[in-house]
Design a protein around this ligand. Structure first.
Ligand SMILES: [Zn+2]
Ligand SMILES: [Zn+2]
Length: 275
């Protein structure tokens, strides 16, 4: 059994009701945070998880909306653990530089806390592992593999496949349909996919917003990926424009044009269990 909680279903568009993109995955004793957008730790707390409980942080890519709260995750983990507990961070190449720059920006805070607390003697401990393909995790019955996705010109970007107890969940992140994602998602119990409503975004008379059309999947494209890969359940998140109350069925109908299985979508903290 794997538990999926959509901690943040928002996007760069600031929404009082939706945190930035981030998903919590619970598999047995392990708890993985996938991306860490705006407000992630507030939502994680609502789901009963603190930074100290995270087994690892997984990053699909380094777009700011997906890593806004990286410093919060690193610092809160650091000050709420009482023995040094390294935080594994797995992401595409470039992750190490971003983590190091984040730690550099935190240098004053790190020095204040080390000077003030007798029991804090070391800076935050992180272990960064960069990959675009293959197995990145194998512990406590959980196996995680990654594959490259296509979010160009943003690259490299990756999707994660988390396997536990005979089931699997794939987190696509931001991507257009691509063969590597189809393969990674093949036969998965669930596919968590970020989506935009291209039919609505195309109507906005502002080129900067239209720019996002070419490197995201529409609801229908994400659904077609789910169908090609033969996944059990499609979970939609990172709604652009924000999913408005009462419009859930509209989004479901679009997905149903390509995928006949169950489609889950909704508000922050939506929980889906896959077994
Ligand atoms: Zn992105
Ligand atoms: Zn995004």
């Amino acid at each position: 059994m794997i538990d999926i909680t959509l901690l943040g279903t928002g996007s760069p568009m600031v929404d009082p009701n939706r945190a930035g993109p981030s998903t919590l995955i619970k598999a047995g004793e392990s708890t993985f945070l996938v991306d860490c957008g705006r407000g992630v730790l507030m939502r994680a707390a609502a789901a009963g998880v603190g930074a100290a409980n995270l087994t690892a942080l997984l990053l699909t890519h380094l777009h700011s909306d997906h890593i806004t709260d990286l410093s919060d995750v690193i610092t809160t983990r650091w000050v709420t653990t009482f023995v040094p507990t390294p935080l594994p961070i797995i992401g595409p190449p470039g992750t190490k530089a971003v983590v190091e720059a984040t730690l550099a920006a935190l240098a004053p805070d790190i020095s204040y806390r080390i000077a003030h607390h007798a029991d804090i003697t070391e800076p935050p401990s992180v272990q960064v592992y960069e990959s675009t393909d293959g197995q990145v995790w194998d512990a406590d019955g959980v196996r995680i593999t990654v594959a490259p996705t296509d979010h160009r010109p943003v690259e490299p970007t990756i999707a994660f496949r988390i396997e536990y107890d005979g089931t699997s969940v794939v987190l696509a992140g931001d991507t257009v349909p691509c063969a590597a994602l189809d393969e990674l998602a093949s036969g998965a119990g669930a596919l968590v996919h970020t989506v935009i409503r291209k039919d609505l975004v195309a109507l906005v008379p502002q080129q900067r917003l239209k720019d996002i059309l070419d490197y995201h999947s529409s609801v229908e494209q994400a659904a077609a990926t789910a169908a090609r890969a033969g996944v059990g359940t499609l979970v939609l998140t990172h709604y652009v424009p924000p999913l408005a109350p009462g419009q859930e069925d509209q989004w479901r109908t679009l997905a149903a044009t390509e995928f006949s299985g169950p489609v889950e979508l909704g508000d922050d903290l939506l929980r889906v269990t896959i077994s």
